[in-house]
Structures are given as C-alpha cells and as structure tokens.
Design a protein around this ligand. Sequence first.
Ligand SMILES: CC(=O)CC(=O)SCCNC(=O)CCNC(=O)[C@H](O)C(C)(C)COP(=O)(O)OP(=O)(O)OC[C@H]1O[C@@H](n2cnc3c(N)ncnc32)[C@H](O)[C@@H]1OP(=O)(O)O
Ligand SMILES: NC(=O)C1=CN([C@@H]2O[C@H](COP(=O)(O)OP(=O)(O)OC[C@H]3O[C@@H](n4cnc5c(N)ncnc54)[C@H](O)[C@@H]3O)[C@@H](O)[C@H]2O)C=CC1
Length: 255
Amino acid sequence: MFKGLVALVTGGSSGLGKATAELLVKQGGRVVICDLPSTKGQNTAKSLGENAVFAPVDVTSEDDVKEALQITLDKFGRLDALINCAGVASASRVYNFKKEQPFDLNIFQNTIQVNLIGTFNVIRLAVGLIGKNAPDADGQRGVVINTASVAAFDGQIGQAAYSASKAGVVGMTLPLARDMAKQGIRVVTIAPGLFRTPMMEQLPEPAIKSLEASVPFPSRLGHPQEFALLVQSIIQNPMLNGETIRLDGSLRMQP
Ligand SMILES: CC(=O)CC(=O)SCCNC(=O)CCNC(=O)[C@H](O)C(C)(C)COP(=O)(O)OP(=O)(O)OC[C@H]1O[C@@H](n2cnc3c(N)ncnc32)[C@H](O)[C@@H]1OP(=O)(O)O
Ligand SMILES: NC(=O)C1=CN([C@@H]2O[C@H](COP(=O)(O)OP(=O)(O)OC[C@H]3O[C@@H](n4cnc5c(N)ncnc54)[C@H](O)[C@@H]3O)[C@@H](O)[C@H]2O)C=CC1
C-alpha cells in the first residue's frame, strides 16, 4: 500500500508513534524513527528491519532535527510524510491554596516547549524536504500529521499546561495547511482520546479505570494500532486537509 513512501515519525519509539512506525513499515513504507537518545528507538528500528532507521532527536533542537533530515536523505533519499507524535504530559493545579504554591512555571514552559514548539520546529524544518518531491497527479507533494489531544478542547483539572500546548497544535493546523497549499503539502491533526500507552500508564490504575468507564463506546482505552489506522487513512485521503479529527469513542472528559 505504501511502497516507496518515506515517513519521519517523532516519538516513534513508544506508544502511538511506535504503532504508527510499525504499521507504515508493514504496509511497505520506510520510516525514520525520531526519539530522545535515551529511549529504545534503536531497538524499535532494528526490530522493523532495513526499512527503518533510528535518529536520536530532541524535537526542540534545530540541530537534532536537521541531522535527522540528513539521515532521512542519506538512507531513503526523500521524505513524504511527517508524523509528529513526540509529547509530554503534566498535571498540576494553577495554584495550591493549601500550600500557597503557584504552578511551577518551568513545568508550564517545558510542556509548551516540547508539545507545541517542538512540533512546529520539526514541521518548519521537514517541509523543506517534502517540498522537493515532484507533485503527484493531484499536485500533492506530501503530508504532515500532528498529534493534539481531546484535552485541547476539554482539559481536566491540572491540565492547563498540557491543554494549552495541544490547543496550540490544533490552532496552527489550518494556517499551516493554508501556508503550504500551493506546494501541495497537507496538514492534518489527530486529537486522540485515551489510548493505552506508557504515557497513559503513568496514571494510577483506578484513574485509568474511571477514565475508561467515561468513554461512551467503545468503553475502553484505545489500542495504539487504532491511532495508526487513522494515520494510514489520512495519508491515503487527499481531501483531508487543515482539520483536527477527534479519535475518542465520543469521549468528552469531565472536570
Ligand atoms: C494524555 C492525554 O492526552 C489524554 C488525557 O488528557 S487523559 C486525562 C489525564 N488527566 C489528568 O492527567 C488529570 C490531571 N489532574 C490531576 O491529576 C489532579 O487533578 C491534580 C494532581 C492536578 C490535582 O489533584 P489534587 O487531588 O487536587 O491534589 P493536590 O493538587 O495535591 O491537592 C491537594 C489538596 O489541595 C486541594 N486543592 C489544591 N488546589 C486546589 C484548587 N485550585 N481548588 C480547590 N482545591 C485545591 C485539593 O482538593 C486537595 O485537598 P484535599 O487533600 O483536602 O482533598
Ligand atoms: N496516550 C494517550 O491517551 C494520548 C496521547 N496523546 C499524545 O500522543 C502523543 C504520543 O503519546 P503516547 O504514545 O501516549 O506517549 P509515550 O510517552 O508512549 O510516547 C511519547 C514519546 O515522545 C517522546 N518524546 C518526549 N519528549 C521528546 C522530545 N523532546 N523529543 C523527542 N521525543 C520526545 C518520548 O521519548 C516518547 O517516546 C503525545 O503527543 C501525547 O501527548 C494525546 C491524547 C491521548
């Protein structure tokens, strides 16, 4: 299905990004797995064979991303799809009235830095390479897929930083799509609900159970492969552009 397609997946050594890399390779694509050097990205790439390579990347670093794009060129010669999955979660109230302690600004800044600025950083550098592709019959050169969260719309108590970072990703989706329409590069964002990944497993099991029960149908955490299926569908469908798609079993998170 994706023979010849080259994708760069950030956060590709874990959770949603890993499932995406696995599905793309299974469908005949080639994948550059970008993740922090401290992760198991190298092992993930090895397990996928010669159609995958690991690039150690902090998405907030211009140098790291440029190096990853060079690895992409050297190994596969082109780039067709960028899938941004790298992200961090944080949970803290804006003010702890018992301890008279305000939200730690470093946590707020780091969450925005990775989730929003990191996503933009990779996009602004990677689309130069995607833009070098010859357009297909439809005029398309490639696609950028971002990962926001339903917390962009219905963030819970403690999610001010996380929700702001993800709302930023939602907010830049349409202007980015408009920016690159002439080049035939689409931009689509997925806003996942609750998926069973290492990020979600940081929450205590009772919290997971209660969140699961709040999903109308299917009343469970999503499988990372179900996220990957939507990535596949977005790559395949040229009419999807400039939009954020909720993938959440109709969940609307409670406070
Ligand atoms: C990953 C995805 O993309 C998908 C998702 O979003 S999944 C959903 C994830 N959801 C979350 O992560 C939720 C995040 N929120 C939390 O974990 C918690 O609300 C929290 C840790 C931020 C706060 O929890 P908390 O129980 O209030 O703890 P803490 O802040 O230490 O407060 C301790 C006490 O001060 C009180 N308090 C603190 N700040 C308060 C405030 N602003 N107003 C009222 N009371 C407050 C608390 O009620 C609590 O009082 P008691 O001990 O008397 O009950
Ligand atoms: N699991 C869920 O229920 C949901 C997840 N999301 C979002 O989906 C994305 C993927 O999350 P999961 O797979 O669940 O989490 P995860 O924790 O399993 O994977 C996130 C990956 O991002 C990488 N990463 C973090 N900071 C980075 C940085 N500065 N540079 C490069 N890589 C970095 C981590 O090393 C990790 O491999 C995140 O953006 C998350 O916010 C959104 C909604 C729900």
